[in-house]
Write a protein that binds this ligand. Structure first.
Ligand code: ADP
Length: 399
């Protein structure tokens, strides 16, 4: 362990993911999850030194109680740990156009994050609660905000605008922002290293495939287009989110099928995607198990997931011109041999040819090229968003 530890917090509306990360090398010292906020069974679980522990939090606990528990009952119980902390790094989902890079949190930044709440009403208010609680718990530590949207602020207007009346963008900020920027940035840098190229000369298509999923076109190291939109609902087929749909479906369901707006939005966010198509689960492991048993819904869900992703990747040939590598990351991208095979099969027109053995080896945290020697390159790179947050926090503290 070094003396450069960062507490990384990812505050959601009903949960808080946390990790203590060594900013020097990305080592995870502690990781955990507090969940079921504002419910009788609020609880917390964590891992330290390979040992897993869990306990209930006081009933109806939320961010503040969880952070107090993390400090008093986890961090302070490890001798000498707190003294090694240099910062608290907060993952912030939406930074709008205000934030193009990570920043030290002061009153103005906190206000800016609050103002972006209209763009991420489920996330940003929770981040603000988490920041305030962390400021109280660690009054002497620098607090840093790292934005999911920041990396995509290099997109040109032709990629980030919707074909809506222009004043909706100018006056209301309605545009594509994109998410998962921290992950796309991390794998881009790692891919450039693996390809032995300067990142400023590297063109990547990065597919972050977790419960949420997005794909980004990266030209000369910078994001030039991405599949998520103003919110994380757009783009690929996801665990429970629909991705791209015809917006008129919403009116149709409300006007003709008796849905409420809330009912439709709930369905698009929580009952669609892999879950909606398969009728089974949003978890890709469940879907794959049932795929192998020949379950029709599971087969369709996998095929749709791969087809939509391949179509996006093919379309990113337009902004990139030259593709140095396709990168798979996130829980599904890092582990599903089947999805990677299907996506690259769908891209055969570009000459992609999978190497079955290499593809099978690149799982469970193993990085590597998964294409045949005479094929354009596709590779797996395990993401590490917490490390990016810890590194950015350390950089800002030392600056
Ligand atoms: P989050 O977006 O919540 O961070 P993750 O990146 O952890 O999500 O990805 C979660 C997804 O990865 C789930 O659908 C899970 O089933 C899938 N996944 C994890 N391990 C495997 C595996 N070995 N094979 C296939 N899918 C996997």
């Amino acid at each position: 362990m070094s003396n450069k530890l960062v507490l990384v917090l990812n505050c959601g509306s009903s949960s808080l993911k946390f990790a203590v990360i060594d900013a020097n090398n990305g080592d995870e010292v502690i990781s955990g999850l507090a969940e079921c906020f504002n419910l009788p069974d609020a609880r917390i679980k964590w891992k330290f030194n390979e040992k897993k522990e869990s306990t209930s939090l006081p009933e109806y606990s939320a961010h503040s109680a969880a952070i107090i528990f993390i400090v008093e009952e986890i961090i302070k119980k490890v001798e000498g740990l707190e003294a090694q902390f240099i910062a608290v790094g907060h993952r912030i989902v939406h930074g709008g156009e205000k934030f193009t890079e990570s920043v030290i949190i002061d009153e103005t930044v906190l206000e800016g994050i609050e103002q972006c709440s209209s763009l991420a009403p489920l996330h940003n208010p929770a981040h603000v609660l988490g920041i305030k609680a962390a400021q109280k718990a660690f009054p002497t530590l620098t607090q840093v905000a790292v934005f999911d949207t920041a990396y995509h602020q290099t997109m040109p207007a032709k990629a980030f605008l919707y074909a809506l009346p222009y004043n909706l963008y100018k006056e209301k900020g309605i545009r594509r922002y994109g998410m998962h920027g921290t992950s796309h940035l991390f794998v881009t840098n790692e891919a450039a290293k693996a390809l032995n190229k300067p990142v400023e000369e590297t063109n990547i298509i990065s597919a972050h495939l977790g419960n949420g999923a997005s794909v980004t076109a990266i030209k000369n190291g910078q994001s030039v287009d991405t599949s998520m939109g103003m919110t994380p609902l757009a783009g690929l087929v996801m665990g429970t989110r629909c991705g791209d749909i015809d917006p008129s479906i919403i009116e149709h369901l409300i006007e003709r099928e008796g849905y409420s707006l809330k009912g439709v939005m709930d369905m698009l966010q929580k009952q669609s995607g892999l879950l909606g198509i398969s009728g089974l689960s949003s978890d890709f492991r469940d879907i794959e198990q049932n795929y192998e048993k020949g379950h029709e819904g599971a087969i369709l869900a996998v095929d749709m997931f791969a087809y939509r992703l391949a179509k996006y990747i093919a379309s990113y040939a337009v902004p990139l011109g030259r593709i140095d590598a396709i990168v798979f990351t996130g829980g599904i991208g890092e582990n599903s041999v089947r999805i990677r095979t299907k996506v690259l099969d769908n891209l055969a027109i570009f000459g992609y040819q999978i190497d079955a053995d290499k593809n099978k080896t690149a799982i469970l945290g193993e990085a590597g090229i998964i294409t045949a020697d005479n094929s354009p390159i596709a590779m797996v790179i395990p993401t590490n968003e917490e490390w990016v947050i810890a590194q950015d926090s350390a950089k800002l503290v030392s600056a």
